[in-house]
Design a protein around this ligand. Sequence first.
Ligand code: ATP
Length: 379
Amino acid sequence: MAEIVLDHVSKRFAGGAWAIRKANFTVKDGEFFILVGPSGCGKSTLLHMIVGLEDITEGEIRVDGKRINELDPKDRNMAMVFQSYALYPHMTVRENIAFPLLLAKLPRSEIKRRVDEVAGILQLDALLDRKPSDLSGGQRQRVAMGRAIVRRPQVFLLDEPLSNLDARLRVQMRTEIAALQQRLGITTIYVTHDQTEAMVLGDRVALLRAGEVQQIGTPKELYETPRNEFVAGFIGSPAMNFLHAEIGDNNLLLPMGPCPLPASFPLDRLGNRTVVVGIRPEHFYLPEAAPQPGPVFSAEIVMAEWLGADLYLHVQPVLPHPGPHEASSLIAHETGKPGVVLIVRVPPDLRVGRGERIELTYDATKIHLFDADTGESFL
Ligand code: ATP
């Protein structure tokens, strides 16, 4: 059992600002928990407080109900894998993996048995006599994980473990880490700045911004019901499109034309203000392929990105009534041209190109609405 409770945990570096402010959540026993967010948001600091490499300024961390704030890192029964792997270059793979067990003074026969077991799990059997310099990046990564799990820790902590690998290997190692975590069932906290890694790996994800947790939930919850504009823009790739809109009579006045408001929308709470509307690229459709009829608009293609399984078009709506909307629209992606640019997903076999016009619609029931001032979701 290893349930980790962060009880209003804050961190302030000497003379600095708050790196973490009132982190307050529970990582459940056996859970694969992700800390994600942009560079400098405090992910590593939070991980370091849990493992004991940084002091906690305020609040309490408990593991299975016991306060660990003052506990020495070596007494926390946690193992950490760093971005740099930190392998000993003069030792073989076997010696690297065995090292924590040597420190713990386990009998030689037990050490051999455990190293062989871990090497089997991580497919390192054939590499046990090599030095780290004779290994590929992915193999080094596996050795670092082997050295961490050989101690059978209660908690497994990984800080951007895949960032030194090329894109292909990253995807492969991601799958291996997920399989390993499921097999071992160890409570795992994994730090990344990559939202795809967070979505694929996490049972639950905590998204941080400037030291504050913005939202915690399953990947699906963060994707479908983002609490604010920041979460909405961070989760999902390509990112959600954001547009400024005004509230009309039972509709939203979007740059590409009015959008009838779904009945579930809290019109009474909106008043007559300007809101930010979010529409994901995958919620745009060709009119004939839409799941239900929606507002149709015409757009000019400014760029096409074909990825094999998907085709993303960057389009500029041809404005029915050019004027105030053009100026008030938020432009997420620059093209050098004035006006709104949207990224939309269309079928990959669609034969269209730059400069052409295309008719599009979107699923009005899937739009998101945010307060233009605070960024908070209205839904
Ligand atoms: P990255 O993804 O770039 O590693 P991160 O989300 O892990 O970033 P942290 O390294 O936790 O972010 O840093 C959080 C904040 O705390 C940053 O503003 C950073 O400059 C600051 N910080 C980190 N370590 C120290 C330190 N030892 N002294 C002072 N400030 C620090």
